[in-house]
Design a protein around this ligand. Structure first.
Ligand code: HMG
Length: 388
């Protein structure tokens, strides 16, 4: 039985920062951000968007009535959780109107969480072929104003329906995964911002990719030229390129050209959104699907997932007949084109805005955010979510 991603879509908030303007405000050569790091725009989440609302906004665009009846598990992968106890997936389940005989849970392992969610969903569908599982990766990447990590912030969510006989991509069972306890990036429970050893984290990303790819090619007798494209976790678009460069010369020149072009296309959304942590790898897959018209059914797509701390994984999927019919390309383009640019001073002011942490009441005007699902305040320690 084939199992994989049946539907996939993303959401990113209605605001962004221009990276050239950010560089100028920080007295940095803009080429460092646009070329050295490879980012043009950075999505910004207002206080009305969190991992719950962004996840629900991503999912609502891909689900129809039949999905709402068939989904019996909701998995939210996030490292921007809003509660130490209750899973964000429970709110999402309600906001979307999914039938009640469902499981709803939250998963954490930095940016790797959604890959763990997909694997859990795959195993579940193998035993329950009629079931559908909603897997969401939703995060806000925040390092702080004027920090080295600032240029690699972002916000957004990817939603995927995992099912039998998927219409988009059938995932194979050739996963190679690897764990090492390292301190490259982490966020203590008392901190708003991640702690990060920037350079070390980039070295570890490469070390994990190298280690996993070597084992993958040996164990499954695969070569780079077997793939139409490889999608990477993209903390910033230059990072995946560094990993691809490590192995690109093992392929013949024509294949190298194709893989490099497909890599470029897979980074277009991330280049304009930034790091969305758990959803990032799957955002690069969506970007590839939405921008590369010559992909064919049966093409093999490789996926490299990396979550700091750290866990990495490589696996591949096979594009299914007719996959192009189910893409949400226009919705995605509209979402990006309808965003408002924040001047740097506006961004800095909004960045400092915080929800109350002492139980006091907050009411937010619903017209402040064009999103269909948003946070309208806090009352009695409860987040107030609305679907307009
Ligand atoms: P930095 O120290 O400010 O930047 O921080 P840099 O000095 O390393 O420069 C970056 C690149 O720009 C370099 O290119 C420079 O040469 C180039 P490279 O050598 O790397 O190819 N450059 C220029 N290029 C053109 N014109 C110029 C110019 N000046 C410099 N004028 C860093 C960069 C990424 C370390 C920082 O932003 C950071 O700490 N970010 C957060 C951590 C991160 O994203 N790590 C990535 C791997 S870890 C990961 O992926 C997991 C993660 O997603 C979290 C999770 O799992 O939950 C982060």
């Amino acid at each position: 039985m084939k199992i994989g991603i049946d539907k996939i879509g993303f959401y990113t908030p209605a605001f962004y920062v221009d990276m050239v303007e950010l560089a100028e405000a920080r007295n940095i050569d803009p080429n460092k951000f646009t070329i050295g790091i490879g980012q043009d725009k950075m999505a910004f989440a207002p206080i009305t968007q969190d991992s719950v609302t962004m996840g629900a906004n991503a999912a609502r665009q891909i689900l129809d009535e039949a999905d709402l009846k068939a989904i019996d598990m909701v998995i939210l992968a996030t490292e921007s959780g809003i509660d130490e106890s209750k899973a964000g997936a429970v709110y999402i389940h309600r906001l979307l109107g999914i039938q009640p005989f469902s499981r709803a849970i939250e998963i954490k392992e930095a940016c790797y969480g959604a890959t763990a969610g997909i694997n859990l969903a795959k195993d579940y569908v193998a035993k329950n072929p009629e079931s559908k599982v909603l897997v969401i990766g939703s995060d806000i990447a925040r390092y702080g104003l004027s920090t080295a990590g600032e240029a690699t912030q972002g916000a957004g969510a990817v939603a995927m329906v995992v099912s039998a006989n998927p219409r988009c991509i059938a995932l194979q069972d050739d996963n190679v995964f690897y764990t090492e306890d390292i301190m490259d990036f982490w966020r203590p429970v008392y901190s708003e911002y991640a702690c990060v050893e920037g350079k070390y984290s980039t070295e570890q990303y490469i070390h994990f990719f190298d280690t996993i790819w070597t084992r993958y090619t040996e164990k499954f007798n695969q070569k780079l030229e077997d793939f139409a494209a490889i999608c990477f976790h993209l903390p910033y678009t230059k990072m995946g390129k560094k990993a691809l460069d490590l192995i690109i010369e093992t392929a013949p020149p024509a294949v190298q050209e194709k893989l490099l072009e497909n890599y470029r296309l897979s980074t277009l959304y991330s280049r304009n959104i930034g790091n969305i942590y758990t959803g990032s790898l799957y955002l690069s897959f969506i970007s590839l699907l939405d921008h590369q018209s010559n992909l064919q059914e049966n093409d093999k797509i490789g996926f490299f997932s990396y979550g700091s701390g750290a866990v990495g994984e490589f696996f591949h999927g096979v594009l299914q007949p007719g996959f192009k019919k189910y893409l949400q390309t226009q919705t995605h383009e509209e979402l990006l084109n309808n965003r408002s640019k924040l001047a740097i001073t506006e961004y800095e002011t909004k960045f400092k805005q915080q929800l109350p942490k002492d139980g006091s009441t907050l009411e937010i005007n619903p017209s402040s955010d064009p999103a269909e699902i948003m946070l309208t305040g806090i009352q009695d320690h409860r987040r107030q979510y609305v679907r307009k």
